[in-house]
Each structure stands twice: as structure tokens, then as C-alpha cells.
Design a protein around this ligand. Sequence first.
Ligand code: FE2
Length: 156
Amino acid sequence: MTQPAVDLTPEAQTEICEALNQCVSETAVTTMLAQNFHWNVTGMAFGPLHDLFQQIYEDHFVGQDDLAERVKALDGHALGQLGVMLERSKVQEQDGHQSDKEMVRLLMEAQETLAVTLGGAGELAARHGDTLTEDLAIERGRIHEKFAWMLRAHLK
Ligand SMILES: [Fe+2]
């Protein structure tokens, strides 16, 4: 049965917020990664890649806000420190000197990583009956899989 945020045990809230902050961290690092590539991409596909990378970081900027604000709805502390985010993120930042193809590959892998992290957060929320966090995590996971597909299509 659905457990509204206020009815979750403090332990469940802590566990879910921890998972959500992991999602926030990886989303934020990927936001910067996409913006870095948006700025520094070169080659004959500059136009479409510049635009696609922008579409990704704009989506992620809103996504990280939604995830962090769900943490607040669960009475947790939203992680807002870049250094800590980088430390715990499975997605790593890059220097932006990669080729266009390498940028696409790195960003595709980041999307795949995010899809797994978000899916896991959704499963955790489901175990606690937190349907509303589960829904958010699933929605975000699906978006990351869509971006993974769009990036992967360039590499075939
Ligand atoms: Fe721009």
C-alpha cells in the first residue's frame, strides 16, 4: 500500500533520501559533463551534437532539482556540494578534450549508469511502499534510457 512521505519510518526516509542523493549526485555530474561537451565538441557534427548535449543538460538540470526536492519532501537534507557529489558519483567528470565520438560514448555510458542508479532507487522506494518516489525514479530512469538510445544511435 502507498505510504505517504509523512507516514514513512525515519529509517525508511533516511534510506530513500540516501538513494535519492546518489541520484542527485550522478545527475549533477552528468549535467556538467553534457555542458562541458556542449561547449567543447568539434567536428562536422558540431551543430547537432552541440544541440543534443544542450537538450541533455537542460533536462538533467530540472531532473536534479526534482530529485533534490523529493528529498526535502521526505524531510531529508538535499546534497548540494559539488565536491561531495563528484566523490560519490559513479559518473566521472572529463576534461572536454575528447573527440566528438568519444564524447558521445562517454555521455551514453553516463546515461546507462544513471538509468541503473535511478532504477535501483525506484526499487528501494517500492520496498518501503513509497510509490511517489518510485514513480519519480522510474520516470527519470526512463528518460536516461531514452538519451542512452539517442547517443548510442550515433555509434552504430
Ligand atoms: Fe550554449
